[in-house]
Design a protein around this ligand. Structure first.
Ligand SMILES: [Fe+2]
Length: 183
């Protein structure tokens, strides 16, 4: 292979991993900001903002978690032990359970002090999952270009399906969610 072909392939590889890192970070950023806004809205007892923000979190997290489980985690299983992949899935089990509870809170007409305390605790416990997940893109840099391409395609497909987190969890995903009290 000529040196110019090698340079072309290396550039293509970098473009794909950069493209992945960019969209992955943007999605985590959006989720992070929505979770932080939710913490504030619960603390202010802003009952008008809560359903809007919960919906935003569900719409953002649904396609994201779906392509992670459909394509990203299977691809990363070449680096990680099955136990670690299971931990990533359990994180989602818990997040789904926590979001279900937050969704219930957002539909109530009033929230007590205990409800607010629980909601804020759930949201604060969710934030490390977002920042930990962002770290996975360092491993994606070592995947082959066709595999990165397949993850990006799974992302597009998942976005076009458009199921939010709870719709996906209830209709498609074949794992039970965890009680929000589990953390
Ligand atoms: Fe993620």
């Amino acid at each position: 292979m000529s040196s110019s072909s090698i340079v072309f392939l290396e550039e293509r590889e970098t473009m794909l991993t950069d493209q992945f890192a960019q969209v992955f970070r943007q999605e985590h950023r959006q989720l992070r900001d929505t979770l932080l806004d939710l913490i504030e809205a619960f603390q202010r007892r802003d009952m008008a903002a809560l359903p809007v923000l919960i919906n935003q979190a569900l719409v953002c997290a649904g396609p994201h978690c779906r392509y992670e489980e459909d394509a990203l985690y299977p691809a990363l299983s070449q680096f990680f032990e099955p136990d670690y992949i299971e931990i990533l899935l359990i994180d989602h089990d818990w997040m789904i359970g926590a979001m279900r509870q937050l969704h219930v809170f957002s539909k109530q007409t009033q929230l007590g002090d205990d409800d607010i305390h629980m909601a804020v605790r759930l949201l604060q416990n969710m934030l490390p999952h977002v920042s930990d997940c962002e770290g996975l893109s360092i491993m994606v840099e070592r995947l082959s270009p066709p595999v990165v391409q397949s993850i990006l395609e799974a992302r597009i497909w998942s976005l076009s399906e458009g199921l939010d987190l709870l719709q996906w969890a209830e209709q498609i995903r074949r794992r039970p969610f965890l009680s929000p009290q589990a953390v």
